[in-house]
Design a protein around this ligand. Sequence first.
Ligand code: ADP
Ligand code: MG
Length: 619
Amino acid sequence: MAADRSSMMASNAKPAPDAATSATVLPPWSRRLAPALLVAVIALLPLLPVPEFWITQLNYIGMFALVALGLVLLTGVGGLTSFGQAAFVGVGAYATALLSARYGLSPWLGLVVGMAVTLVISLVLALITLRMSGHYLPLATIAWALSLNFTIANLEVLGKYDGLLGVPAIELFGLSLADGRAIYYLIWLFAILGAIAVRNLLDSRPGRAIRALGGATVMAESMGVSTFRYKVVIFLIAAQLASVSGWLFAHVQRTVNPSPFGLKMGIEYLFMAVVGGVSSVWGAFVGAGVFKIIEDQLKELLPRLLGSNGNFEIIVLGVVLVLMLKYAPKGLWPSLQAWIARRWPTPPRARDWDGAAALPARAKPEAGTVLLKVDKLRKQFGGLVAVNDVSFELRAGEIMGLIGPNGAGKSTTFNLISGVLSATSGQLHFAGESVTGLPSRQIARRGLSRTFQHVKMIADMTVLENVALGGYLRSRSGTGRAMLRLDREEERRLFAEAEAQLRRIGMQDHLHELAGNLALGPQRLMEIARALCSDPSLLLLDEPAAGLRLKEKQSLAAVLRQLRAEGMSILLVEHDMDFVMGLTDRIVVMEFGTKLIEGTPAEVQASPEVRAAYLGTEH
Ligand code: ADP
Ligand code: MG
């Protein structure tokens, strides 16, 4: 039953009242059977007497799904909305059409050239536009989609608005893929390989960084991730998938012209991704299928109902999109998946990391040396001085407390030290060098890790995966390795480390729960495990004991003492005075952004100023 429960959570399904009786965990081989059956059906379909019409439909669905797959990654997971994917489809289509129709070169060369040209264009666009935030990015995608399309339609060499005729069929091993049933195999091969690659990517080291883009970028940067880099990466991948789809499209249609690569189609690709489910790989296929079928039916039905030949289907699609966003904002596939998961719960991630080699570890600084030097650090928010020329030193191997009433500037101080915020003035030295002005990921690289007062996590990822993100800087597998599944050995090492840290903090029973389903206390513990997973020499904990029960607080204190004994240095903010006084070696007290005093717990407790500060503000 315990396994059932955690896997129900892992699939994020609300258990139905009868879930306990109707759900059966299928044996592992049957989980592999379903995809195998699907592949068999796809492979056999053209051999059966299926009408040509349906083969054509399936060809389009496969090509659309490739583009939608890119949007799943870009928009669904990464949170970057693009209306411009059709333009990349156009680049892929025109590149091959030009080379093969006009210059008689091989379509396979056209594929390579199309992908290369797409790479250059998408890289330039990414570097220009991906730093934009909010609504500016979607607007920018509209702008470049229009201008790319306009460029294509006005180039003499590309046949202007008439396009290029006489695109040859693709040949493979001397076999012509002119027939719909023949190219069907190539289309679906690419579509399935694309889906597998994206799925592999999402379940990997770079994948966890990508999954943080949707709303946990501050946390990811603090774990050493360059979030901008991954935005560029997913933008390039989405463009490549679109380009390949365009290559197929050109050789299916045997002619190209600008209209299928315009803004309207760009919107429709987004529609497919949203309908299917913007954050699931298989949703791209559901979305492409639903879109193609609805579109065709509407094209037949609407003129008959409305009596003329308008573009009514776009209006209906628009209405469907709005309804979807209102009633099923996550798309169709997640609902379907939840239904499947209720009947056949997914077992937790197979435990394959026993005996994995340890990740590389950092040499700890010698006890007693100055590890962190905060020198006249200042932060102003407009007229408010949140941190007012604060100075203190932290020595390796000690636990230092930072206390003070609410609003004293403790969290802001943490943000300055960890590089989440940049200081108005003042100096920071860490591990023997100046880190003043460095971004958080650079400071993380030097051995500082932290937790947040308001928990920052990837809610739809399991606890184990969230903690594994902490090991980002101790691992190196990149996007290519991840897509090809060449990263499994390192993944085993990461998960072994993540589990060890969760075990240390007493969370070994929650490995496979979704982080978002945990109570606040365990979420905080998970953050500590994530920070530990980066093997820091300095750990910054912002109110780690808030939301914990007494027993949990006591075991947390024991863990922190143990860490200190192992050579870790800790700076912590905490309101629970028993916790702070019993644990810390020295304490800095802040009030109104200013350092009040610094001393041992006994000295601080005896200080009349500290009493006044607390009594003055709390009563
Ligand atoms: P503490 O953690 O000690 O409770 P904080 O560091 O969170 O205090 O806040 C210190 C002061 O700075 C508070 O008055 C708070 O309202 C203000 N502050 C914190 N962050 C910001 C921000 N991003 N913009 C403006 N004011 C802020
Ligand atoms: Mg705070």
